[in-house]
Design a protein around this ligand. Sequence first.
Ligand code: F6R
Ligand code: ZN
Length: 193
Amino acid sequence: MSLEHALREIKLDLRKYMMKPAKRSKVVKLSEMKDFFMDSEAVEKILSKGKDPVIYQYYEFIEEEAPGHLTIGLTVLYPGKVGKEYFMTRGHFHEKDSAELYYGISGEGILLIQSRQGETDYMVLKPGTIGYVPPGWGHRTINTGRKRFVFLFAYFSDAGHDYGVVKEKGFAKIVIEEKGKPKVVDNPKYLEG
Ligand code: F6R
Ligand code: ZN
């Protein structure tokens, strides 16, 4: 690697909530999350009206998906609910146990983590807060606010992503709105084991 090109500069546009350069970006709509939200009737009710809202989008700077590298990115999670459940990311485990950093930039939400044994923990992520996800813990973010929930993340580039276990079993906890306030409750549809 020649010296003059060793450093990489990544710019976060904190007005448009974009990241440049972004070597990968993804927009996730409700139709892609049918198996992730708890209330499937509420999902169908929205989709049957011909609506397919964007739930979140994220941008990633990937230097190289190889050991030792970090992938850095920005997620924009929109406000809203499906039934009583707040808009959220799909959630995943990493194929290679490795830690991940989350840093709140705008709005407010919950970072929910779960071990492969089914233990859970969560924290409020807001501007200036860092969440450290330990190696091996699955994770999901939930927008509990009324505006976009935006956060930075960094993970090991060779970690890989396993969405299957979340799609099949869900998380043990879900985040719903009750009497106007966020509440972390047991997921009645969680498939243990
Ligand atoms: C990367 C990571 C986040 C999420 C992003 C979208 O390992 O944890 O960047 O990928 O917030 O959420 P998912 O990937 O769960 O749809
Ligand atoms: Zn991750």
